[in-house]
Design a protein around this ligand. Structure first.
Ligand SMILES: *Cc1c(COP(=O)(O)O)cnc(C)c1O
Length: 355
């Protein structure tokens, strides 16, 4: 086996996807399976579809292109509002996209018309997280500019919470979407089909019975891929964790002081490091670093060891309490969303799917 590698338990992910699809389904909510966290790795995407996911979303056209090349025929949405420079590819590759800029939507419409397609538009509303979206007071006007625009279909409204501003979903902020949809239906005499009310973090609101009725779509990545909900600091009930494991190989084991020796300058990333003097320490280095992984998001599966830090290619571990360790040993780590994202993106990390 080649190291470092991420081992992915496809059965666990399939279980999670099935659970989320069933749970949301019972509540009248369809699940768009979000594939960006695993760079649209095909066996994982297949597990999502096996489990009943009927729509996919990804933030990168690069990933959507790979899904198209693999022959998936389900609707796929671009979930990062498109760059003007990618409008053409977006129309060719994706069935729809999340949007917040009229100029971009007009460009999508133009391109779609040129090739005889209808591109679906979900208009994003910013209900407080202050990432993407039109402010609520502007939605009626902007919707009016999209409705009736040839080449695009105004499919509905969407919102995103708990990502940038860390704002939690609530009855009040999801209700904003439902009320705006009612206003649009009344004013323009159309049916607003989709109300895409959130992501993994919004599942908690549904569990508490506090989701505004009318929301009928969630875009779910983390709960399926990791069984966690970072925004609410919890595991998602009904899902399995430990879906992915990082394995890295030990390349040095030595007893060294815990305090570096000599005059302190900056580390390789421009920070002035601060260390605690714990006396002599047995330290191991594994061959993996910040170029591959957001190290803060790793957690050793062996609880006797502790990650001290890393440079670009080396991660340093306190193994003083571990009974036996030598070069060539393989250490295992669990991960959060940020660590998963970086590991999956690194071409230096092997991805192994276990079925
Ligand atoms: C990443 C993303 C999601 C998925 O979020 P999870 O927390 O992984 O469920 C949903 N919507 C948008 C717009 C995203 O960028």
């Amino acid at each position: 086996m080649k190291y470092p590698c991420v081992e992915i338990d496809i059965n666990k992910i399939r279980h999670n996807a099935r659970y989320v699809v069933d749970y949301c389904g019972k509540n009248g909510i369809e699940v768009m399976g979000i594939t960006k966290g695993i760079c649209a790795l095909l066996p994982v995407v297949m597990a999502m579809l096996d489990a009943g996911v009927k729509k996919l979303g990804d933030s990168r056209l690069h990933n959507i292109e790979a899904l198209r090349k693999a022959g998936f025929e389900v609707p796929i949405y671009l979930i990062r509002i498109p760059m003007l420079s990618e409008v053409r590819d977006a129309v060719h590759l994706a069935d729809g996209s999340l949007n917040s800029e009229v100029g971009v939507i007009k460009a999508l419409a133009h391109e779609a018309q040129a090739i005889g397609k209808i591109h679906k538009v979900i208009l994003m509303v910013d209900v407080g997280d202050l990432r993407e979206g039109v402010m609520p007071e502007d939605v009626l006007d902007v919707a009016g500019q999209i409705i009736g625009c040839p080449g695009v279909e105004f499919e509905g409204l969407g919102t995103n919470l708990g990502c940038y501003g860390g704002i939690l979903a609530s009855y009040e902020n999801t209700k904003v979407l439902v009320d705006l949809a009612a206003d649009i239906e009344k004013r323009y005499g159309i049916k607003v089909k989709t109300l895409s009310g959130g992501n993994t973090a919004t599942l908690a609101l549904l569990e508490k019975g506090e989701l505004a009725p009318g929301i009928n779509q969630f875009r779910i990545g983390e709960a399926i891929l990791l069984g966690t909900d970072e925004t609410n600091s919890r595991n998602v009930p009904g899902t399995l964790q430990g879906t992915m494991k990082l394995k890295a190989e030990v390349i040095e084991v030595k007893t060294k002081p815990s305090l570096p020796i000599g005059e302190v300058g900056r580390d390789a990333f421009g920070n002035v490091p601060v260390f605690e003097d714990k006396g002599l320490m047995k330290r191991a280095i594994v061959a993996l670093g910040k170029q591959d992984c957001r190290i803060e998001g790793l957690r050793p599966l062996d609880e006797t060891i502790e990650i001290l830090g890393a440079s670009s290619d080396h991660m340093i571990i306190d193994v003083t309490k571990r009974s036996k360790i030598e070069t060539g040993d393989v250490l295992e780590f669990g991960m959060n969303y940020g660590a998963m994202l970086s590991l999956m993106t690194s071409k230096y990390v092997d991805k192994i799917t276990l079925c």
